[in-house]
Write a protein that binds this ligand. Structure first.
Ligand code: GLN
Length: 444
């Protein structure tokens, strides 16, 4: 491509990187204080809405699911009407307004803000991800590494947000916290507007009849159909993975609070700090893991996206084995608590798994989805990951009766079984991709 590059990637990638980094900053920042604001008493110096825990958790569950469910109409809007680039712009505006409205201290403002954010994330998140893929040609070796870079941007935002927005919101004033999240989003939108010059060839609306190789308006070709089938099958592993991984905010969070000895080097680690660990690990090991997979490919070994996703799910499963070991320690130790190192190890393995699944899946979708459904399929992926979040919630509830040891062992067995199943069928499933997942050495 004749586009301007920086460090081997089109400059547009860095525009999308910073836009998404700030968008995630606003999303995770607001998310970090949402439940605290809802449940804070109205009589406190920094007053909240005074809700009970159950109602607050319920709203939180709906909210975190809806942002991803709205990715489906967000994707459709891009495919059918606006193209990805304009839909991201629209989403960004909705998010800016939503966050600014939340900074006002009024109940109407709260609901309006939440709705605008749900709509904004739905419009922005799937389409900005599809645009990353759009910067690369079919078969370009750089596509996967671009998604790793993009994913690190996501996690820089996700890491600093709970610390900054969390501090300002919790210690000073909730609405200042929401306002700070909004400033982050404004910066993201400014980067995006400024960076339009680097995004000329990507994310534009393409009417169906003008898409190469698609003479029929609605019908898919046999190859496109096969690719859709394999994408939809891969969504099963996506639910299994996120269902396990997203125990972090719920079950694992409560477990860390109640049953883990959180003293390290003489300091007691606040439970909520562990919530920043995922993002921290992604930033640290994102590049090494991508490098590992490149070396693996260079050795001529199996490196299809589905294979990586299978391996990632197995590794995530082993994280739960560490947690099961922690559960054994709690039942035998005198104070009924287990070492924090189990937890640190479990989160580490979960992130090793995540990096072999999440950025890989984003890239995989942009390679496989027929052009006319590109954004829709990306939206569907986020919706499915949203369902994974819900599954995680159910598993957490089940643990209240079954006990943690049983649940941790079950999740371990489930992840390993599903991961291995995928690995066993990789060759067959790969045929259905018709070479779309194969990297070609392109002339530079
Ligand atoms: N943590 C990632 C993000 O915020 C992935 C989210 C997901 O796929 N559900 O973008």
């Amino acid at each position: 491509m004749a586009e301007k590059t920086l460090w081997g990637h089109p400059k547009g990638l860095y525009v999308l990187f910073f836009t998404e980094m700030w968008e995630r900053f606003s999303y995770y920042g607001m998310r970090a204080i949402l439940i605290l604001y809802l449940t804070a008493k109205t009589s406190e110096i920094n007053p909240g809405l005074g809700w009970d825990k159950v109602s607050a958790l319920e709203l939180y569950g709906w909210y975190t699911m809806m942002v991803y469910v709205m990715s489906v109409p967000g994707g459709l809007l891009a495919d059918r009407l606006l193209g990805q680039k304009k839909t991201v712009m629209l989403g960004g505006f909705l998010l800016c307004i939503g966050h600014i409205v939340l900074a006002f201290d009024a109940v109407w403002a709260f609901y309006t803000g939440i709705v605008l954010i749900v709509l904004g994330v739905g419009a922005l998140k799937p389409n900005i991800s599809t645009m990353v893929g759009g910067l690369y040609k079919q078969g370009d070796i750089k596509r996967d590494s671009a998604f790793t870079i993009f994913y690190i941007g996501i996690n820089i935002g996700a890491f600093i947000a709970p610390l900054l927005v969390g501090y300002v919101g919790e210690v000073i004033n909730w609405h200042y916290g929401f306002g700070l999240a909004g400033i982050g989003m404004l910066l993201g939108q400014l980067v995006y507007i400024w960076g339009q010059k680097y995004l000329k060839d990507v994310g534009n609306f393409v009417p169906v009849e003008r898409i190469k190789g698609s003479s029929e308006k609605v019908k898919l070709t046999a190859i496109e159909k096969d690719r859709m089938v394999v994408l939809i099958l891969s969504f099963i592993i996506v639910i299994v993975f996120w269902g396990a991984y997203e125990q972090a905010g719920g079950l694992m969070n409560l477990y860390a609070r109640d049953k883990i000895d959180r003293v390290m080097f003489g300091f007691t680690v606040p439970t909520s700090f562990l919530q920043a660990l995922h993002a921290f690990y992604v930033i640290i090991i994102g590049v090494p893991i991508a490098y590992f997979w490149t070396q693996w490919r260079n050795k001529g070994k199996e490196d299809s996206s589905l294979f990586k996703m299978g391996v990632g799910t197995v590794i995530t499963g082993f994280g739960f084995l560490l947690l099961a070991a922690a559960a054994i320690e709690t039942s035998t130790s005198l104070d009924g608590k287990a070492s924090i190192y189990w937890m640190l190890g479990a989160y580490f393995l979960h992130v090793v798994g995540e990096l072999s699944i999440s950025p890989v899946a984003l890239s995989f979708i942009t390679k496989l989805a027929p052009v006319k459904y590109a954004s829709f399929m990306m939206g569907a992926y986020f919706m499915v990951s949203g369902l994974g979040n819900k599954v995680a919630g159910w598993i957490g509830e089940a643990a209240q009766d079954a006990g943690e040891y049983t649940i941790f062992m079950s999740v371990f067995a489930f992840c390993v079984a599903f991961g291995l199943l995928l690995i066993i069928f990789v060759k067959k499933l790969k045929k259905l991709t018709h070479g779309a997942d194969t990297v070609q050495a392109l002339p530079i």
